[in-house]
Design a protein around this ligand. Structure first.
Ligand SMILES: NC(=O)C1=CN([C@@H]2O[C@H](COP(=O)(O)OP(=O)(O)OC[C@H]3O[C@@H](n4cnc5c(N)ncnc54)[C@H](OP(=O)(O)O)[C@@H]3O)[C@@H](O)[C@H]2O)[C@@H](O)CC1
Ligand SMILES: Nc1ncnc2c1ncn2[C@@H]1O[C@H](COP(=O)(O)OP(=O)(O)O)[C@@H](O)[C@H]1O
Ligand SMILES: [K+]
Length: 521
């Protein structure tokens, strides 16, 4: 669905809504339509005869909930209403009056509430701007303590629509039916424990109204299956050869961290890149060759501690060492996993390469040591930094990272890099502040080495976009999506404990194959 990629703040949603109403759509008609759509979804989840408690707030979120209450009542569900407010908005008040004429039981006190199978949360939507307190806060905490399924309308009541921050307390939903367009708060990490399974209820907001408010090219977008698949190098052109499918150089590994190089290599393998070269310390060469027989393994001179001392350009070293001819012969370079910080000269050595460059893990720690901004300012071509929160803080110590989206926008603008901030909701910003957020992932990925897999996969995809009209940040977003989807599939098959980084690499291709089942039947 095309609207899945848009993300709005409360203010933007209000402006979009205002345009629709000004154009002639009656407010009551829209509420009726939305309530009907919510009901259809509820009927698919909840069988008739179940007992459903409806939590009704004073605004239009409460109005939606009342439409739902009325409809479910007529469809054979046992419905009761909890409505503790003395003053309701006019439309909400009318719907409330009608539910009372239908004799749907209504309660003001939680102590009086009957039992229930499901709750529908219509206390507050995007109109919540101040903390929930007193008896309403106590009610929210009471409902959370019951451990029964709760379906929140638009957003779990108590979450700030933009920041996902908890305002006093918040409903811990098992499902969230977000209305019309994804609210920014639902994409924020701090909101995750409250949202449950989230889905968008599309109520036909005209695209023209969306673009009029958030712009032709929206600043913040959700990565979707459609946006990701549209940038993948699939199907391959029939007439091609390996060098046309990209040549990736990985610079990674050390005697201490050999596994990082293997995992990065296996991530790159799954990308389908035409040629893969891996620069590792000389003593790792045989190991890497045995794990990745298709790759060209470049053994590098090493420090006493077993880190790469420098890259073996032609003329630099002799003997059995495989030489690198020229960094500019590659179509992408990814550097960092397992490198150690033992030799900081490796970054100045590669920073001027002309192809897209990914820095991850110890390459980021080295970058911090030699000076993030001054070093990146020397760079003329695209560079992608892939820090987790700790690395981000070290790279950009002056940037407040509590709002992760603002933080990456600032970091990208100041450094000129594309910044991918890893986490439960990985987000990517380019230097112009255009952001992609990855909306689905799994905590199964919170495990050593899974970031190394991402670096290899990303490098391999970047290597393949040469001469294609694809923005680099779009392919970075695709890599984050693919990596997470592989984690989700692996966790579904093996539980969240069964997704070690090597196993993750084994799911990268199977997860993709699901989307191309017709082609590969
Ligand atoms: N836009 C659309 O396209 C569509 C929107 N729709 C629906 O409308 C919802 C937005 O409705 P909304 O604007 O009426 O706000 P909502 O979230 O119900 O609550 C605001 C009310 O709560 C009150 N209040 C606030 N904080 C409080 C507190 N801490 N403790 C106690 N009270 C507090 C506040 O009172 P006041 O601040 O005025 O005192 C006000 O009365 C949206 O989420 C969606 O469900 C759909 O029907 C159709 C399409
Ligand atoms: N709670 C989580 N939910 C979803 N994904 C996560 C979570 N925690 C970590 N990840 C993902 O796992 C990967 C971890 O990367 P990183 O921290 O660099 O690990 P390593 O350096 O050990 O490989 C990142 O892609 C990150 O987005
Ligand atoms: K709600």
């Amino acid at each position: 669905m095309t609207k899945e990629k848009f993300i709005v703040t409360a203010d933007q949603m209000r402006q979009i809504e205002a345009r629709i109403f000004t154009a002639g759509m009656p407010v009551a008609a829209l509420m009726e339509k939305v309530g009907g759509l919510i009901c259809q979804r509820l009927q698919a989840i909840i069988s008739p005869g179940k007992c459903i408690g409806i939590l009704v707030g004073p605004g239009h979120n409460g109005g939606d909930a009342l439409v739902v209450a009325r409809e479910l009542h007529f469809r054979g569900y046992h419905v009761w209403i909890y409505q503790p407010f003395s003053k309701l908005k006019e439309l909400t008040s009318q719907h409330f009056q009608y539910t009372q004429s239908l004799k749907i039981p209504c309660y003001q006190e939680i102590s009086q509430l009957p039992s229930y199978d499901f709750l529908i949360d219509g206390l507050f939507g995007f109109g919540l701007e101040r903390e929930i307190t007193d008896s309403i806060a106590a009610a929210v905490n009471y409902f959370n303590s019951k451990n029964q399924p709760i379906i929140s309308i638009d957003i779990p009541s108590g979450l700030h629509t933009d920041t996902g921050e908890v305002l006093g307390t918040a409903i811990q939903a098992t499902h969230t039916f977000c209305l019309g367009l994804w609210k920014q708060g639902l994409l924020q990490e701090q909101a995750l424990p409250y949202i449950g399974k989230a889905e968008l209820i599309d109520f036909d907001i005209p695209l023209a109204d969306i673009h009029a408010v958030i712009g032709d090219i929206p600043k913040i977008k959700r990565i979707t299956q459609t946006t990701a698949l549209s940038t993948l190098p699939l199907p391959r052109p029939l007439i091609t050869h390996k060098y046309k499918q990209g040549h990736l150089l990985l610079i990674c590994g050390s005697r201490r961290y050999a596994g990082g190089a293997i995992l990065t290599g296996l991530g790159a393998r799954a990308s389908g890149v035409g040629m893969l070269s891996i620069a590792v310390p000389e003593s790792l060469k045989m190991l890497l060759a045995s794990q990745l027989p298709e790759a060209l393994i470049i053994g590098c001179p090493e420090t006493e501690t077993g880190a790469i001392a420098h890259l073996p350009f032609v003329g630099c070293v002799s003997g059995s060492v495989t030489h690198l001819t020229d960094l500019n012969s590659f179509t992408a370079i990814a550097c960092g996993p397992g490198l150690t910080k033992d030799n900081i000269s490796i970054i100045p050595e590669i920073i001027q390469c002309q192809c897209p460059l990914v820095l991850d893990a110890d390459a980021l720690n080295i970058l911090t040591q030699i000076g993030t901004i001054p070093t990146l300012k020397q760079r003329k071509s695209a560079i992608i930094l892939t820090p987790h929160t700790g690395e981000f803080q070290r790279l950009f110590p002056n940037i407040d990272h509590t709002d992760r989206i603002k933080a990456i926008q600032t970091a990208a603008e100041e450094s000129g890099a594309i910044v991918l901030l890893k986490g439960a909701r990985t987000a990517i910003s380019n230097p112009q502040g255009n952001v992609w957020i990855n909306p689905e992932s799994t905590p199964a990925l919170a495990r050593g080495g899974s970031g190394d897999v991402l670096t290899g996969l990303l490098g391999g995809l970047l290597a393949q976009i040469m001469n294609k009209e694809i923005f680099i940040e779009d392919i970075v977003a695709t890599a984050a999506w693919w990596h997470s989807q592989a984690g989700i599939l692996a966790a579904q098959t093996r539980t969240e404990l069964g997704v070690d980084a090597f196993t993750l690499t084994q799911y990268l291709i199977p997860v993709l194959k699901q989307y191309y089942s017709e082609r590969y039947k």
